[in-house]
Design a protein around this ligand. Structure first.
Ligand code: CUA
Length: 336
């Protein structure tokens, strides 16, 4: 019996420090979702069990090496062993019970997380693309590059991708889910802790995969309501400006020389112009930012795009007010 009591006690002596170490070191970031609580609990159970198994292996190994070592002067062969039915059954049954129990606990946690969505859920459509995230709030009618969530309200994330496989992951929320092209994956989470976090992409998706970060803010209801209102106003103002820009495009003559569908006319097309690289007749290049668009309207002769002639009238600065020029720029920027 002593053969078992000593290594079993040794098992706890070895396992205890690693369990204490795990409890005292923060291996995970702050917990910020209700669903994460069960997951952290499961992680704790797994770690305690792993510590015990580790302790057991090391304890029995050490004990065997020390207690059954060859005595001085003993040159005889070791006793042959012909298997041990009791031992075989024991080390089959115990791991079986452990694995089934872990499977049951894991399934229970998964079921708790996977509750059916309700009407109270805030729906956020998340689209991953190389290399950023877009968050659409269909209930409120706007898109945002920042994820803002009211605390304690369940959120139903509907995840998809515009290009390759991505994975949506906020470590503080614990749950991770793939964002795949052509598929909508759903995941439900309830933020439980006000704070600032970040989304990560957890699927290698190209050169800037590591920078696919978006700001996440969990806020209280009044702050969320205010943010929603600001976003809605900004979206409405932009839509208004783009609409005004389109009207000007039709009225003041842009339309005569610049297409908006990519087709070639006397002047360069506006489709896809914004943020594209421009090459000029003098061989220089630039990226078409707002500054470039404004200069090209006010002083069109300064930089002539390769393959075109200096034909545009230079008097739009006199004809159009600043707000009108800005509206035209917004309109051009909206033509992706
Ligand atoms: Cu998207 Cu990695």
């Amino acid at each position: 019996m002593k053969r078992f009591i000593v290594p079993i006690m040794l098992t706890f002596v070895i396992a205890l420090p690693s369990i204490v170490l795990f409890e005292s070191v923060d291996l995970t970031p702050v917990l910020a979702s209700e669903q994460g609580r069960d997951i952290d609990q499961l992680l704790r159970v797994l770690f305690i069990l792993a510590s015990l198994i580790f302790g057991g292996v090391i304890a029995f190994l050490l004990y065997s090496v020390l207690a059954f070592r060859r005595q001085p002067g003993d040159l005889s062969d070791a006793e042959p062993i012909h298997g041990h039915m009791g031992l075989e059954i024991t080390w089959t049954i115990i791991p079986l019970i452990v694995v089934i129990a872990l499977g049951a606990i894991g399934a229970d946690v998964l079921l708790n997380i996977d509750e059916a969505p309700t009407d109270r859920d805030l729906v956020v459509n998340v689209t991953g693309f190389q290399w950023a995230w877009d968050f659409e709030y269909p209930e409120y009618g706007f898109n945002s590059s920042e994820l803002v969530l009211p605390v304690n309200r369940p959120v139903l994330f509907r995840l998809t991708s515009r290009d390759v496989n991505h994975a949506f992951f906020i470590p503080e929320f614990r749950v991770k889910m793939d964002a795949l092209p052509g598929i909508v994956n759903e995941v439900r989470l309830t933020p439980s802790q006000i704070g600032e976090y970040r989304t990560y992409c957890a699927e290698l998706c190209g050169t800037s995969h590591a920078y696919m970060l978006a700001r996440v803010r969990v806020v209280d209801q009044p702050v969320f309501d205010e943010w929603v209102q600001n976003q809605q106003e900004a979206a409405a103002a932009l839509a208004g400006q783009v609409g005004e820009g389109k009207a000007l495009y039709d009225q003041v003559g842009c339309k005569g020389c610049h297409s908006i569908d990519g087709s070639r006319m006397t002047g360069p097309t506006f489709a896809g112009l914004y943020a594209s690289e421009r090459r000029f007749t003098d061989g220089s290049t630039t990226v078409a930012d707002e500054e470039y668009l404004r200069n090209s309207i006010l002083n069109p002769g300064a930089q002539i795009v390769e393959g075109f002639n200096n034909l545009m009238p230079a008097n739009y600065g006199d004809q159009l007010r600043d707000e009108e020029i800005q509206a035209l720029i917004e309109f051009i920027e909206s033509l992706e």
